[in-house]
Design a protein around this ligand. Structure first.
Ligand SMILES: Nc1nc2c(ncn2[C@@H]2O[C@H](COP(=O)(O)OP(=O)(O)OP(=O)(O)O)[C@@H](O)[C@H]2O)c(=O)[nH]1
Ligand SMILES: [Mg+2]
Length: 376
């Protein structure tokens, strides 16, 4: 009897999928092919390219022009990082343009991280992430504007390093630059005969405050990097209020396996493709419901999307087709994080797991060494 079999192709480049030769077109890991015989599949090459593209933030010319001005000015850079929503805030275009300048890295929103974790551990993590950028970091400081934490220290660090130069606060939008500057100004004595004014950056239409700190030097707040790869930049305002925690997030613990998957509201969905159980520690705003379900997992997540609870789903992402799908193969041992930019992070012990993760289209999802080493 003759046998007719449909040939599977990569949905992106069209190459015929094959599992034998990694160097040839259409190569795909066999476990993915077996697990999803009917799914839409990408060859490994297209899959990896897609992943890279999604994490890139494109800076417009006006923005680049500001960074060039900072470079020419040989200014002191205060690089503000949102400690809660951290990865993906280093657009390489920006760090390249700022390379060589003195940088003070300020990891803000310390109050959202657990109190039980010591600063040393957090600083070591921030240093680890900064090493991957080209920045010449002179010091790292953890701050919180809400808890008035290390504001005096920041003032002092700037004073000790300014050396008559201009100071530019840069960082992604919503990292807390304005909040930090206004805290600093609470104890600020203007010893110059100039005023604080709004200022248009040269060759751009972008504006910020100009604060005189010496006869010839100023503090400037640079408009934030766009956060179009974060849920904070992609979701509608009311739901952003639910995903941004108001205080330190507590660990919420769940077990998943190839039979049990996990939904984080209607905003992210995690399936495991390998069998052994994994304990997931979710550091996500308590206002977002986290649920696990055994069995037909996609139906489960689809059900959540269809229900459309306004506190846990976005009207912009209501169908599975509105989600990007990533497969992560965890090859490292030890504590790892999976992060969904803007939503939070999920910590687990690396054990050769393969995860399939659904996130709203365009959102950056990543895996790194865990931000916190010890999970209780
Ligand atoms: N929990 C917490 N929230 C903070 C902290 N600092 C700032 N925020 C909040 O973060 C949000 C953004 O703060 P902004 O100071 O406006 O951020 P920005 O970096 O100036 O943003 P752009 O001007 O858009 O680039 C606001 O809702 C602040 O209340 C902090 O230390 N802890
Ligand atoms: Mg601002």
């Amino acid at each position: 009897m003759s046998v007719l079999k449909k040939v599977k192709r990569c949905s992106h480049c069209g190459a015929i999928l094959q599992t034998e030769d990694q160097t040839k077109d259409g190569y795909i890991t066999s476990v993915i092919l077996k697990k999803y015989p009917d799914g839409v599949l990408l060859c490994d090459k297209c899959f990896n390219e897609e992943k890279k593209e999604d994490s890139i933030i494109v800076l417009n010319d006006e923005y680049k022009s500001i960074l060039e001005t900072i470079k020419k000015d040989n200014a002191l850079v205060v690089y503000v990082i949102d400690l809660f929503s951290f990865e993906g805030v280093f657009p390489s275009e920006a760090t390249n343009l700022l390379s060589g300048l003195d940088v003070i890295a300020v990891a803000n929103k310390r109050d959202l991280m657990p109190k039980t974790v010591d600063d040393y551990e957090l600083i070591s993590y921030v240093n680890h992430r900064l090493r991957m950028s080209n920045l010449k970091v002179k010091d790292v400081l953890l701050t919180s504007t809400n808890a008035n934490y290390h504001i005096d220290e920041l003032r002092k660090l700037i004073r000790d390093n300014v050396d008559g130069r201009d100071v530019y606060f840069v960082g992604s939008s919503t990292s807390g630059k304005s909040a930090l500057i206004s805290e600093i100004l609470k104890n600020f004595e203007n010893k110059t005969n100039k005023f604080i004014v709004t200022y248009t950056f040269p060759n751009t239409t972008l504006r910020g405050f100009q604060i005189p700190i010496g006869e010839n030097n100023y503090i400037y707040e640079v408009p934030g990097f766009p956060i179009t790869n974060s849920l904070l930049g992609l979701l509608e305002k009311p739901i952003v209020n639910y995903i941004v925690p108001k205080k330190a997030v507590e660990d919420r613990k769940y077990i998943i396996s190839d039979k049990i998957s996990l939904a984080i509201g209607g905003l992210a969905f995690i399936m495991q493709l390998t069998e052994e159980k994994t304990v997931l520690h979710c550091y996500i705003s308590p206002k977002i419901n986290i649920k696990t379900r055994r069995g037909d997992s996609l139906k489960f997540f689809n059900g959540i999307l269809e229900k459309g609870d306004q506190t846990n789903t976005s009207y912009k992402f209501r169908n599975l087709s509105d989600f990007d799908i990533y497969d992560f193969e965890i090859t490292e041992k030890g504590e790892r994080d999976i992060g969904v930019l803007g939503l939070g992070r999920i910590q687990f012990k690396g054990n050769n797991q393969k995860f399939r993760i659904f996130v709203p289209k365009g959102v950056y999802v990543y895996t790194t060494r865990a931000k916190l080493k010890n999970v209780k």
